[in-house]
Design a protein around this ligand. Structure first.
Ligand SMILES: [Zn+2]
Length: 342
């Protein structure tokens, strides 16, 4: 969708009291979409990252709409990534607003820094087991640590779960848990208007990375087939559920709105099938680690974005294994994958 084509859905959203405010981030993804819902209480969906520039731009966008941070009565968080929640502590303190987020995010956000450290340790375990050189994994962990200040702790005062309804004066938003991009992905469904506010669950311009993330509840996970979170498998199950919604407009966490979510989801499925096929061919004749595959597919990006590319490869290997097209050998210190019927 071009900028001009995005105008119509955005105008429709404004008529429904929903305003897109794109806030800058220091991340590769570019701006993050926060949404103001003019209702009672005045509601902010996602805050943007913890930086002075983001706060300035958010305040300016609010002012253009005739509001101040102090007017907010409810802050809703779509998921655990810092580009979406980094200003939470500051905005919650200044406004005194309620903070609504998926129940498992409560403990996670109590001490964001400790949660992020545990996430980094889990990423290290995954990268090491799947062939990322030790020095590279350590270097990437340091880079990740430097970005942590863009996140925020916060106190969730309104814990949400699947099916919870958030009732505002003019609308009801049904809470739907859609894990995959992250374990805490939450989308908000306005059934009457057929509008979905989707965070990073479904994005118009880019596919949502199914990052292999440390589970927020349940037993601790590892990196082998037996105990690894199957993020892509889970993400596709979540997308299938979203495809069934009779949504008219989907507002994501980055980029313009989605006007035909079923077609976009079908395209995501086709891309995934193509990628799985490519990985299957790369495995032909020669067993490989996930890092070998990532390097062959993405070259230097597999170095600079090792965790992201390893997550992509493992996700598609999980699909191949589920289809009986690949096998996994976890017996050595590094996991080796092999094609079946290559
Ligand atoms: Zn995200």
């Amino acid at each position: 969708m071009t900028g001009a084509e995005a105008e119509e859905p955005l105008a429709e959203a404004r008529a429904a009291g929903i305003h897109l405010m794109a806030v800058p981030t220091p991340f590769l993804v570019g701006r993050v979409n926060c949404y103001l819902i003019e209702d009672d209480p005045l509601t902010l969906i996602d805050t943007g990252p913890n930086s002075g520039k983001s706060l300035d731009e958010l305040e300016r966008a609010l002012a253009e709409l005739g509001h101040r941070i102090e007017d907010l009565g409810l802050i809703v968080i779509t998921h655990q990534h810092m580009d979406h929640l980094g200003l939470l502590e500051i905005i919650a303190r200044r406004s005194g607003a309620e903070v609504a987020a998926l129940d498992v995010l409560g403990p996670y956000l109590q001490d964001f820094s400790a949660s992020a450290t545990a996430d980094d340790e889990f990423s290290m375990t995954v990268m090491r087991r799947h062939g990322v050189p030790g020095e590279l994994a350590s270097a990437l962990q340091m880079v990740g640590g430097a970005f942590r200040a863009f996140g925020s702790s916060g106190r969730v005062t309104m814990p949400l779960s699947q099916g919870t309804e958030i009732t505002l004066r003019d609308r009801t938003l049904t809470v739907l848990h859609r894990p995959g991009h992250s374990p805490s992905d939450t989308v908000f469904w306005d059934e009457r208007r057929r509008i979905l506010i989707a965070g990073d669950h479904l994005l118009s311009r880019i596919s949502s990375n199914p990052l292999i993330s440390r589970p927020l509840a349940g037993p601790p996970a590892g990196a082998t087939a037996a105990d690894r979170p199957h993020a892509l498998v889970q993400y596709m199950a979540s997308l299938r559920q979203t495809r069934e919604l009779p949504a008219h407009l989907v507002f994501g966490g980055h980029g313009p709105p989605v006007t035909d979510h079923a077609a976009l989801i079908d395209e995501r499925f086709r891309m995934s099938a193509r990628r799985a096929g490519k990985i299957h061919r790369l495995l032909a004749g020669e067993p490989k680690t996930a890092y070998d595959i990532a390097s062959q597919m993405w070259g230097n990006v597999a170095v600079t974005q090792a965790f992201l590319t390893i997550s992509e490869v493992l996700g598609h290997l999980d699909l191949l294994i589920a289809d009986g097209r690949a096998t996994e050998d976890d017996s050595g210190p590094v996991t080796i994958f092999q094609a079946v019927d290559a």
